[in-house]
Ligand binder design. Structure first.
Ligand SMILES: NC(=O)c1ccc[n+]([C@@H]2O[C@H](COP(=O)([O-])OP(=O)(O)OC[C@H]3O[C@@H](n4cnc5c(N)ncnc54)[C@H](OP(=O)(O)O)[C@@H]3O)[C@@H](O)[C@H]2O)c1
Length: 341
């Protein structure tokens, strides 16, 4: 054992409905000394993501459930502070799935080196990481986006949504996004450059607002929310429209199953394609994703927002922010100093 102690967040209870602070506990653990082939990494940033809510339930899914009393997992960016592997050296910045903790000792293969010169290192958890890749895979592979399409995006100002909006704009599309505050809508129109943002909390009749925003209909709907958003999109899809089902955050905390979209029958008559996807099944896109993002960032055509909670103790608060909409853009937790060595 080293003399270091790592603070970590464990799952204390499986949340019933909306998670509560008491479903999590802060604990400490001695940090293991690296053995042959291992590295010791000090985390600097960690990510909280909506999919983690599903892992808090005891059920079969595409990722195994978190276990009560065990440290949670998720994306993290850190720096190697000790190395017993030729694969990584002290000072290297790395990403891993060892989030929700300050330190981790593990085989070097469990960390991927990142290039800190491409952008701020925390962007590898957002625009240049899983959320950005989700936007890219969903829009192009699942949504089959064509230049000039009309595109509707829900949770448009979030980590995934903000990238979807700008990728679609870069392809000459007419883009409308929905978000839960006037500030978020303003950023989408003024900074992300979309054609119209709908504040779904104050617009009154969402279906009417979507219809007015798309007088000629929607080619591609990028679904992050579900419920009334999905029904409104289906009502206004053009024939042969594509719906990329990325997530349905509105129902992640439901305790009873809800009925499906009441207007799903329209999928038949309009020949709609509704397809769900999980980003990890589309890793073949990584090279083209970086090529396109690199080009857009260089041209000043890709911006992103981040919200930051400070300290590992505030990771549960950051996670809860995702369900109240308190985050603007990618929700991150700063868990350590900018440089660990
Ligand atoms: N399929 C995949 O591989 C994959 C990968 C990553 C993410 N996702 C999904 O993509 C979606 C966005 O994820 P993200 O990481 O980018 O999160 P995010 O959009 O940055 O954060 C979640 C946002 O959802 C909105 N929201 C929360 N509860 C809502 C509700 N009841 N009704 C309407 N909006 C609500 C809030 O924004 P407002 O202020 O606008 O309400 C909140 O800020 C999620 O559904 C997530 O599960 C899927």
């Amino acid at each position: 054992m080293s003399n270091l102690v790592s603070k970590e967040i464990r799952l204390k209870a499986r949340p019933q409905g909306m998670p509560k602070a008491s479903d999590f506990e802060v604990a400490s653990k001695p940090v293991a000394q690296p053995g042959e082939g291992d590295v010791l990494v000090r985390n600097i940033w960690m990510s909280v993501d909506p999919y983690m809510r599903g892992r808090m339930m005891d059920r079969e899914s595409y990722v195994p459930p978190f276990q009560i009393g065990e440290v949670l997992q998720g994306g993290a960016i850190g720096q190697v502070v000790e190395s017993k592997s030729p694969k990584l050296k002290v000072g290297d910045f790395v990403q891993s799935m060892f989030g929700w903790r300050e330190y981790e000792t593990s085989k070097a293969e469990n960390f991927q080196k990142i290039d800190p010169t491409l952008g701020p290192i925390e962007a590898y958890l957002g625009a240049l990481g899983m959320p950005g890749m989700t936007a890219y895979a969903g829009l192009f592979k699942i949504g089959e986006l064509k230049d000039g399409d009309t595109v509707f995006v829900s949770a448009a100002s979030g980590a995934v949504g903000q990238i979807v909006c700008q990728l679609a704009k870069a392809h000459g599309c007419y883009v409308v996004g929905s978000a839960g505050s006037d500030d978020k809508c303003r950023w989408l129109e003024k900074e992300a450059g979309i054609d119209k943002a709908i504040n779904y909390k104050t617009c009154g009749d969402l279906n009417k607002a979507v219809g007015e925003a798309f007088p000629k209909g929607i080619d591609v709907y990028f679904e992050n929310v579900g419920g009334a958003h999905l029904e409104a999109a289906i009502n206004h899809m053009k024939p042969f429209g594509r719906l990329a089902l990325c997530g349905m955050i509105e129902q992640y905390n439901d305790t009873t199953p809800r009925p499906g979209p009441s207007n799903i029958i329209q999928a038949v008559g309009k020949s709609l394609k509704l397809q769900g996807f999980i980003v990890s099944n589309h890793l073949d896109i990584v090279p083209s994703f970086y090529a396109e993002m690199g080009k857009l960032i260089k041209a000043g055509k890709m911006k992103w927002q981040e919200s930051v909670e400070d300290g590992i103790e505030n990771a549960p608060k950051a996670f809860l922010n995702l369900f109240s909409g308190a985050n603007v853009g990618k929700m991150l937790v700063k868990v350590g100093p900018d440089k660990a060595v």
